[in-house]
Design a protein around this ligand. Structure first.
Ligand SMILES: [Zn+2]
Length: 550
């Protein structure tokens, strides 16, 4: 019978475990010195070696000839443990045994001393799945365990484990395994298994596995099913990334603002039974890649794709600003979130595409449930508003889940005051903005700027200090910050500051805006009233508003 590679090559001693030396060294030394804890918590993403290490630990503390903290693998305890024939090592999958009764059973069993071994070891996998009552039952026994009982709890989601449990455990954090380390191991195993694995194929598998050795070996298994010559093409076919050109076709049409093509491709995919949620997730992954190429071009290893895809992604990345990319990612993320609860997934996704296409180069805003009834065509062919026209009302805001927001309807919109601000031309935007873009409209004073500053003060007091006496204008897409302190521009040019400010703005105003900033030292002695704002905007328009970003 064929044994899956990940089973066959599962590490048997601590020394076989790759990429977690901070954990294996400590455990070995504890075992050697007889100073093991009675409860451990192993956390980390999937396939990083948590369960494997738990099993090695269980063997090693019971091994009759443990060497340097490793199990000997030849004594009867090691051999039986390896064959899963040792009743003193008990593995429980909390995903399927998560009730209080399961843990009570465990507790009742733990009273009895081990049959053959020094220690009874309970390995509880996915421990975060336990119900609250089960956790409490577990807590009781972890608090006062019999001296011959050891616990190893493993979880991918440590934040779901009760703090009272955490505090009783010695915690080890398993790291994601670096692609290079995974690739090295794959090449070694391939050599032993007489598989022809090319280096670039190994690296692609490693990247697709996202830091998990088990996924990497499973994927290698799938590749072997295709061919014992594992090349880039084999990996791309086996992993299902082959033939995903449609993704890049969609993205390229989005970048061109070509709504028609984007919708046509989607329609075709839909008729071929493509899962819309999956499609949205794939687009998110590719936009993440584009973001990484744009922001850290030197870190190519972060991107899991074929060389030909890399070229297309790079071309897309160079045609977009980082703000555009982040905006589009936000729209996609929001769509993805709504897809999980929407019945009309297709409409939801099409709306998202239309939004991505029509808001090219300008903005991101949160689509709302109301829009669900609206046909996408409404977005495709927006009526261009004359420049003299009033403030173009953006799509109705989605009430935020936070109760706070619900009490303030329309928190975002700044209605023009009595002054005729609407006489102003739209502020000159990025060259990528289509002249007919309905989202370019007249900014007005942002009345909630002080709220933004108050909130930002809590997040980043240093940068917030440089915004003292600043003010802001806002339209449907963009917020223009005028800072008195020119030092702000320096701080704003730093990505982390910009990101945290954008987050606060989004939080307070209830939707995402493009943020532009300039410093203004002298002109304004008074707080800006609307007429003043108009004056300033005229000036801003003449000079073009420096963004301090691109
Ligand atoms: Zn042994």
């Amino acid at each position: 019978m064929y044994t899956a590679l990940y089973r066959k090559w599962r590490p048997k001693t601590f020394d076989d475990v790759i990429a977690q030396p901070h954990i294996t060294t400590t455990l070995k030394s504890q075992i050697k010195n007889g100073k093991t804890a009675h409860a451990y918590l192993f956390t980390g993403s999937r396939g990083t070696g948590k369960t494997t290490c738990a099993r090695i630990f269980a063997k090693a503390i019971n091994c009759e000839n443990s060497e340097d903290g490793n199990p000997c693998l030849s004594c009867s305890v090691c051999v039986d443990a390896e064959n899963e024939a040792l009743s003193d090592i008990i593995e429980i999958d909390a995903a399927s045994n998560n009730g209080v009764d399961d843990i009570r059973d465990l507790r009742d069993g733990a009273i009895y001393s081990p049959e053959r071994c020094k220690y009874k070891v309970y390995i509880i996998d996915e421990v975060h799945m336990l119900s609250v009552n089960a956790f409490n039952a577990l807590l009781k026994i972890i608090e006062e365990p019999p001296p011959y009982v050891k616990f190893v709890l493993a979880t991918t989601e440590v934040h779901k484990v009760l703090p009272t449990i955490l505090s009783r455990c010695q915690r080890f954090d398993f790291r994601r395994i670096m692609p290079e380390d995974i690739a090295k191991r794959l090449l070694y195993i391939a050599g032993e298994e007489n598989i022809n694995l090319s280096e670039d194929a190994a690296l692609l598998i490693a990247r697709l596995a996202d830091g998990g050795m088990r996924d990497a070996l499973s994927l290698l298994d799938q590749c072997i099913a295709y061919s014992t010559d594992v090349t880039l093409e084999t990996v791309s076919a086996a992993s299902g990334i082959a033939g995903r050109d449609y993704l890049f076709d969609i993205i390229e049409s989005v970048v061109r603002g070509d709504t028609s093509t984007a919708l046509t491709i989607t329609d075709k995919l839909y008729s071929m039974s493509k899962d819309i949620t999956r499609l949205c997730e794939e687009l998110i992954l590719q936009f993440r890649n584009i973001m990484l190429i744009k922001s850290v071009p030197e870190r190519k290893e972060l991107i899991a794709c074929l060389p030909s895809e890399q070229e297309r992604l790079s071309a897309i990345a160079s045609s977009l600003s980082i703000e555009d990319i982040l905006s589009k990612l936000t729209v996609l993320q929001e769509c993805n979130e709504r897809l999980s609860r929407s019945l009309a997934k297709r409409v939801e996704f099409e709306m998202c595409l239309v939004k991505l296409c029509t808001l090219m180069g300008t903005t991101v805003s949160i689509p709302k449930p109301k829009v669900t009834e609206t046909a996408p065509e409404t977005f495709v062919q927006p009526k261009p508003e004359p420049a003299e026209n009033k403030f173009v009302p953006p799509l109705k805001e989605e009430p935020k889940p936070a109760a706070k927001e619900e009490t303030k309807p329309q928190p975002v919109k700044e209605e023009p005051k009595e002054e005729p601000v609407n006489k102003e031309e739209p502020v000159k935007e990025q060259p990528s903005v289509k002249p007919s873009d309905p989202t370019v409209d007249t900014p007005v004073v942002c009345n909630r700027w002080s709220d933004v500053l108050e909130e930002f003060q809590k997040v980043d007091p240093a940068v917030a200090a440089s915004l003292i006496d600043s003010y802001a204008f806002i339209n449907t897409t963009t917020i223009f910050i005028i800072a008195r302190n020119s030092f702000f521009m320096k701080l704003f040019a730093q990505e982390e500051n910009k990101v945290s400010l954008i987050k606060v703005i989004t939080k307070v105003l209830g939707k995402s805006y493009i943020v532009r900033a300039r410093s203004e030292n002298k002109e304004l002695e008074d707080k800006p009233e609307n007429h003043k704002a108009v004056e300033l905007l005229g000036k801003a328009k003449e000079n073009g508003i420096p963004t301090g970003t691109e």
